[in-house]
Design a protein around this ligand. Structure first.
Ligand SMILES: Cc1cc2nc3c(=O)[nH]c(=O)nc-3n(C[C@H](O)[C@H](O)[C@H](O)COP(=O)(O)OP(=O)(O)OC[C@H]3O[C@@H](n4cnc5c(N)ncnc54)[C@H](O)[C@@H]3O)c2cc1C
Length: 360
């Protein structure tokens, strides 16, 4: 019997597998497809995400560095409200390569990673968990002390062990224009319901256009309107779901959820790479696969670390739906140099932010 079976080799699953294997646990990872594919993410991450990547692999992920964001209440020709730092705020990285690098690091730490294996069922028993998997050699069953559901927004593990769904699933759409752009500002347009549309310069990898909206808000049509406003035709279009609002519990008797499966995302950007890997580290530290009582320690630890940021992030997102005149005044007041951390809304109230405001 294995210690832990990990379902899904995205950032959260591979990070957990690497840490748990380094601690000496017997870890088996299943990934349904080719690792990193299909792409459904911008890979725009705060600088500290690179700390989760082995140092020798960091350079190969690099596409561009970002110093700030220009907010708009209309299209590309509307007034821009810039928010920026002197230092690099975030990186634009090769997102497919990120998954590959993290899965390789998990293997090197001793986890067994099997791609092209889809988990089709998970059954919790009193003394173990039984996982059914469909792979190139047919259907197999495996036993483990615990299962880690790292299988994204529509988690099969979550359903199988009857854990509640995230509060919301936004629909995100991305497309790419091949013209290189090494500009150091992203553009954020508050022109779609309850979220935003974006333009990200990706250096030689071109320019990404994207948006996310709640279900039923015609994401595809809105995306066309957005790219038309920039006068571009994008190719390599892809889409994905963004879970917002963690369920009350992400642990059951012998299962725990990580990353998008647990909606460990920033409500005001949809970003989940850093929160998912941070929660993975809490899981590896707190959970003893031989002792189901330690699942409660993981639940407490990740919420203590990320719960407040997620709650504050929900308030920041409400700003996207305020009446235009209030948005105009707010953006006008706060635009300029900032001292905030892009993953930590609590930094809006930090000394660094106060200093940045006072120095204008
Ligand atoms: C349009 C869009 C843009 C985004 N942009 C950003 C961004 O710029 N920055 C950021 O931080 N976040 C961004 N996100 C969010 C980010 O992609 C996720 O938060 C992150 O990928 C979550 O990692 P994860 O490991 O939890 O899940 P995933 O990356 O979704 O990985 C889950 C893995 O599980 C596998 N899987 C699923 N079911 C099974 C099964 N039954 N058996 C085996 N394997 C299975 C999947 O194939 C997948 O590889 C974006 C999301 C979208 C949709």
């Amino acid at each position: 019997m294995r210690d832990v079976i990990v379902v899904g080799a995205g950032p959260a699953g591979s990070r957990y597998a690497r840490q748990a294997a380094s601690d000496g646990h017997d870890v088996l990872v299943f990934e349904q497809g080719e690792i990193g594919e299909p792409l459904a993410c911008s890979g725009h991450v705060s600088t500290d995400v690179l700390e989760f990547v082995p140092p020798e692999d960091r350079d190969q992920l690099h596409q561009n560095e970002i110093h700030g964001a220009r907010f708009h209440l209309g299209g590309p020709d509307s007034r821009a409200y810039p928010f920026y730092k002197d230092a690099v705020i975030s990186h634009v990285i090769d997102r497919v390569e990120l998954d590959k690098v993290l899965a390789r690091a998990a293997s090197e730490a001793g986890a067994e990673v099997r791609d092209e294996h889809t988990v089709t069922d998970v059954e919790e028993r009193e003394d173990c968990i039984v996982v059914t998997v469909s792979g190139p050699d047919g259907v197999e069953t495996h036993r483990a002390r615990m299962v880690a559901g790292c299988d994204g927004p529509q988690s099969r593990v979550r359903d199988a062990v009857s854990l509640p769904d995230p509060a919301e699933l936004l629909h995100g759409v991305l497309g790419f224009d091949a013209d290189s752009d090494d500009g150091d500002f992203v553009d954020v347009h508050l022109t779609v319901p309850r979220f935003f549309a974006w333009r990200i310069p990706r250096g030689d990898a071109g320019v990404e256009y994207g948006l996310a909206v709640p279900p039923g808000e015609a994401a595809g049509e809105r995306f066309e309107t957005f790219t038309d406003s920039y006068g571009v035709k994008t190719d390599r279009r892809c889409s994905g779901l963004i879970p917002i609002g963690s369920p009350e519990s992400v642990t059951s008797d012998r299962a725990f959820l990580l990353g998008d499966a647990a909606a460990q995302t920033k409500p005001f950007t949809g970003g989940g790479i850093r929160y998912g890997m941070t929660a993975a580290d809490h899981a590896a530290r707190e959970i003893d696969p031989a002792d189901p009582a330690t699942l409660a320690d993981y639940e407490r630890a990740w919420r203590r670390d990320l719960g407040r940021e997620i709650r504050l992030g929900t308030w920041v997102r409400r700003g996207y739906s305020l009446p235009r005149p209030i948005q105009r005044v707010g953006l006008g007041l706060f635009a300029g140099e900032i001292g905030v951390h892009m993953d930590e809304p609590s930094s809006l109230f930090s000394r660094a932010q106060l200093r940045a405001l006072l120095s204008r």
